[in-house]
Structure formats: C-alpha cells, structure tokens
Design a protein around this ligand. Structure first.
Ligand SMILES: Nc1ncnc2c1ncn2[C@@H]1O[C@H](COP(=O)(O)OP(=O)(O)OP(=O)(O)O)[C@@H](O)[C@H]1O
Length: 300
C-alpha cells in the first residue's frame, strides 16, 4: 500500500446519543493520507460532536472509529502526539513571547520524534511558516486577532502532526491573512503530507482547500465527494464556453474534462477563451440541505 492509499480516519456507523436524542446517526466516512477533508453543515448538525469523538475528547455511543490506526477512546500519549488540534483562540500565557511559547510547547513532542518525522518543528521555521516572523519576540497579549489565530495554528502544528483538526480556522482573518492561511494549509497537505480535517461555514474556503467535502445535516451524512461531484449531483451538468472561428459556443455536459480533452484533440489551436463553469459549492450546499430537510419532513 502506498502512503497516499493509507486510511488515516475510518468512521463506520458512528452514533452519538444524548438522552433519547441521536445527534449523530450512522455516520460513515474515511480520509486518506494527505487529504484535506472539509466537514460542512448547519448549526447544530453535529460537526463539533463528531470531531471531538475523533480527537478522543468525547465517548461515542456506538460504531467503529479508527484514527491513525487506533480507537480514539483508547488513544495513549504517543498516539495523541501524532495529532494536532486547533480550537478556539489561545487566551492563556499572555505574558509569554511567541517564540518562547512555541519552543516551550514543542519540547513535549521531542520524545515522540521518529526517523521519518523529526519532532518538534523548529520554532523559528514554524514562525516563518505561519507568517509571524515580525512578531516572534512579542508578548502574546499584544498580537492582533488574526496574528493570534496564526499562533493558534502554530501551536496546533508544532508537534508536526500527521493528522490536523481545524475548527473554523479563518473566522477572524482579513482577506490577505485568509489567503496566506490557505497557502499554509495546502502546503501542509501537499508538502508535509499532513491529513487535515476542517470545519468551516465559509464555503469558498471549503471549495478552495478541500479535496473532499462531507456534509452533515441533522446528525446524518447527506453528501460526501469532491466539490465537483457534489455540484454534479445537484446541477447535473457543467457548462463549457469557448470561442472558435470568431464565434462563441456553449455546451452543457456531465463530463467537462472529457469534453474539453476531445475539443482540443479535434480543434486544438482554433479554441480560445475556454471557460468551464459548475454550480458554486454554496449553491450546491444550500440545495443539498434543502433537499435533505424536505425528505426528513416528508418522512415525519
Ligand atoms: N453535551 C451535550 N448534551 C446534550 N446535547 C448536546 C451536547 N453537546 C451537543 N449537543 C447537541 O448536539 C447537537 C449537535 O451539536 P454540535 O455542537 O456537534 O453541532 P455543530 O454542527 O458543531 O454546530 P455549530 O455549527 O453551531 O458549531 C446539537 O443539537 C446540540 O444541542
């Protein structure tokens, strides 16, 4: 098995029940090594509950869950050192300086380094990777909201996690910080082969970052696939536009990649201004949730 085929997260028939209410029912999905998976869903859908179960912070009611080869309910320190978690903003240690705190927290991971993964991440390299070089010597309480969030991410990855959980990572970011953060996350997945599971309400972010999208609604998975696959489920077809011989053409197709490949094979340099449009993830997501809610109401 190659590294990229390796299943890092394996969830099968997960159920979580509070009293008489199931807040997660029959949740089944997997994530493979180096994948970025976005978990989407309306408020109260069960995202935080699911993630806390995967992180080993909450006991499930039923189902099979395997994270980095272990049951999170029984994960030991060595297992935990391979996970990274970015939750709310780091509010403690306001008097600590950025480099000092990261070097301090990093020391915990030194015992868990392997031949393949040197732990922890060198504090200065990490600070540069998250774009805090100018703030390295500053006290944490003097950082802006966006800088503090970058520090949260740095704290989450200082142990070079193999699997990283990000809970609404860019909620307080300005557009530039968001853009840089997206590059950082893609770099972690592509360059460092970190598997990432993130929750977000920002559908542009999910579309940009995620290799795969899982949509939860009312505790059940209502969709699982790439943004393009989900869009096709709803919209059915992509729209391809191009200019050929001075004329504008438009075609709807369920296989835009195959259509474009064929178009170039047949007409090659005659093709100009090619565009492929598919339903935005936002349109798709809203349609999926609406569809799921209509079905639930009909079966009530
Ligand atoms: N300890 C608890 N006891 C009882 N019910 C709970 C508990 N924790 C969460 N719930 C319920 O479980 C459901 C799922 O909550 P959860 O926080 O997982 O949703 P979410 O998708 O993360 O929502 P949001 O987008 O608002 O953060 C909600 O109806 C919530 O009220």
């Amino acid at each position: 098995m190659t590294a990229t085929e390796q299943v890092v997260l394996d969830v099968d028939g997960l159920r979580m029940r509070y009293g008489a209410t199931d807040v997660l029912q029959d949740v089944t999905f997997q994530a493979r090594h180096g994948e970025v998976l976005a978990l989407l869903g309306p408020n109260g859908a069960g995202k935080t509950t699911a993630i806390e179960i995967l992180e080993g912070f909450r006991m499930r009611s039923a189902g099979h869950v395997e994270v980095l080869g272990a049951d999170p309910a029984r994960g030991d320190e060595r297992w935990r050192a391979r996970l990274g978690v970015v939750l709310q903003s780091w509010r403690d240690h306001g008097k600590w300086r950025v480099r000092e705190l990261l070097a301090h927290l990093g020391r915990y991971y030194a015992a868990y380094g392997t031949a393949a993964i040197r732990r922890p991440w060198d504090a200065d390299e990490l600070i540069e990777a998250v774009g805090l070089t100018e703030q390295a010597g500053k006290k944490i309480r003097t950082l802006s909201g966006g800088q503090r969030r970058r520090l949260d991410v740095a704290i989450g990855i200082v142990g070079r996690p193999e699997l990283l959980f990000l809970d609404e990572p860019t909620a307080a970011f300005d557009p530039q910080a968001r853009h840089e953060f997206h590059d950082l996350v893609r770099g972690l997945a592509d360059g460092h082969e970190t598997t990432i599971m993130l929750t977000t309400h920002d559908l542009d972010e999910a579309e940009k970052l995620a290799d795969r999208i899982v949509v939860l609604n009312g505790g059940r998975i209502i969709a699982d696939g790439t943004a393009a696959e989900l869009a096709r489920r709803i919209a059915g077809e992509d729209e391809v536009r191009w200019v050929q011989g001075g004329r504008r053409h438009t075609r709807r197709t369920a296989d835009s990649t195959g259509f474009v490949r064929d178009l170039f094979r047949r007409h090659d340099e005659e093709i100009h201004e090619l565009e492929v449009h598919r339903a935005s993830l936002e349109q798709t997501y809203l349609a999926l949730v609406r569809q799921a809610e209509t079905t639930t109401e009909a079966t009530r």
